[in-house]
Design a protein around this ligand. Structure first.
Ligand code: ATP
Ligand code: AH0
Length: 386
């Protein structure tokens, strides 16, 4: 059993932009944030990024997937071995495919393997049960964002915007008497963020991303393309809604006629405009948007957000949070919630029919099946029984 009261949990995230793995410690009782702890980052080499990217869209059992899962487990084992003093791990894994209305959701990496390597219980596969119950399976950080809003002492509604490969926004109302449920929280993926920009600079310049916004800063936005993009049915859909990394395959083609700078600037505007139209879904205008994820380092994306959103836009560092680690911290928080049997999503965050706690829990003493990888396919314990 996980002991009562606050515990230190270690959360991880390996995001869609494939740059590397984040890990961060958090002390929480599953409700409040008590303390932020150490964090670390493992940068991924180019060859490994390509191996993972080649498996995007694939499902367990399909070619290359097993090798990617092993790579993810190895990276996480290396990174997490540097930490001590935690009692539980929240392991997100690497999303390879996400079709909540179709085949489900697939995060590569087996939590049982990590539990055995680290000698601590591991909560993982956070998204599947939400999808099985009719939810989008994403985003899952919103309950943590609500806790962050309480932690910073926010007095009115505000939004957290994560600009990773894909953008996702959480609107929260942390005022006392505003319970963590519909009316106090709304979350949805906003649209593409860094992923198409990374793909563009990779294809045209052979670089991983537009560092410091240097390329986009030289360009002029093609507003016609932005307006055309916003006619995509996704933007007319009311939340909840989630996206896969490559859900807008036509966008890259539309940029063919633009020079490199103009194409990059246009993609920043596309990301920002997607957020601005998304704000229309919020129950009340947020007092400000706090930005997390790598996109907050991109000056053009940030200035386009400020220009289009009609409220202050600041990186989360402005309120004392760590934008590089917020997602890893979120999975530490969610792991404790899963272990305590608390929900990790609700109708207003993923559209799931009822508040549910996703996630499987693997213990270090888990039964091992015969086979070349331990833990595969074995039964795992669920909520509260560690
Ligand atoms: N200094 C910078 N200048 C410009 N862009 C940057 C900078 N640092 C990071 N980025 C962008 O942020 C991306 C990484 O963002 P982040 O780590 O939030 O993504 P992720 O967690 O992998 O994605 P997701 O949240 O979608 O799973 C990089 O690929 C790059 O596009
Ligand atoms: C399926 C999946 O892995 N989705 C990620 C991805 O990256 C950003 C966005 O798309 C968000 O929906 C989610 O991650 C964050 C951490 C979440 O679940 O809140």
């Amino acid at each position: 059993m996980l002991k009562q009261g606050p515990v230190w949990a270690l959360g991880t995230m390996s995001g869609t932009s494939l740059d590397g793995v984040d890990a961060a410690m958090l002390r929480t009782d599953g409700e409040e944030i008590l303390e932020f702890g150490e964090s670390a980052y493992l940068e991924r080499g180019e060859a490994d990024r390509r191996r993972i990217a080649a498996a995007f869209g694939r499902w367990p059992g399909e070619p290359g997937v097993e090798a990617v899962a092993e790579l993810i487990e190895t990276e996480h084992a290396r990174l997490l071995s540097r930490f001590e003093g935690y009692e539980l791990v929240g392991f997100h894994g690497q999303t390879l495919a996400h079709e909540p209305r179709g085949r489900g959701t697939h995060q590569a990496g087996d939590g049982q393997v990590l539990a055995e390597v680290l000698g601590q219980p591991v909560v993982w596969d956070f998204r599947s049960s939400d999808v099985e119950l009719g939810g989008e399976g994403a985003p899952l950080a919103p309950f943590f964002h609500h806790a962050c809003a309480r932690w910073i002492g926010a007095e009115g509604p505000l939004a957290f915007l994560n600009l990773g490969g894909v953008g996702n926004l959480t609107w929260v109302d942390p005022r006392p008497g505003s319970p963590l449920a519909e009316g106090a929280i709304l979350a949805f993926d906003t649209g593409p963020a860094n992923a198409p920009l990374n793909d563009l600079v990779q294809a045209r310049l052979g670089q991983g991303y537009d560092a410091g916004g240097a390329l986009a800063a030289t360009g002029v936005i093609d507003e016609e393309i932005v307006a055309r993009f916003l006619r995509h049915p996704f933007f007319f859909k009311r939340p909840p809604k989630s996206l896969d990394r490559n859900d807008f395959p036509d966008l890259a083609r539309w940029l063919d006629g633009l020079d490199d700078g103009d194409a990059a600037a246009t993609l920043c505007a596309v990301a920002a405009a997607s957020v601005a139209v998304g704000l229309e879904h919020c129950p009340e205008a947020p007092g400000e948007i706090l930005v997390t994820g790598g996109g907050r380092h991109h000056p053009v994306m940030m200035s386009e957000l400020s220009r289009r959103c009609g409220c202050p836009v600041r990186p989360v560092e402005a309120v004392g949070l760590d934008g590089d680690m917020l997602e890893a911290q979120a999975f530490a928080y969610l792991a404790v919630r899963v272990a305590r049997g608390l929900p990790t999503s609700c109708r207003a965050t993923t559209g799931v029919a009822a508040a549910v706690g996703g996630g499987r829990i693997s213990r270090p003493d888990g039964v091992q099946l015969a086979g070349d990888r331990p833990g595969l396919g074995r039964p795992v314990t669920s909520g509260g029984d560690i």
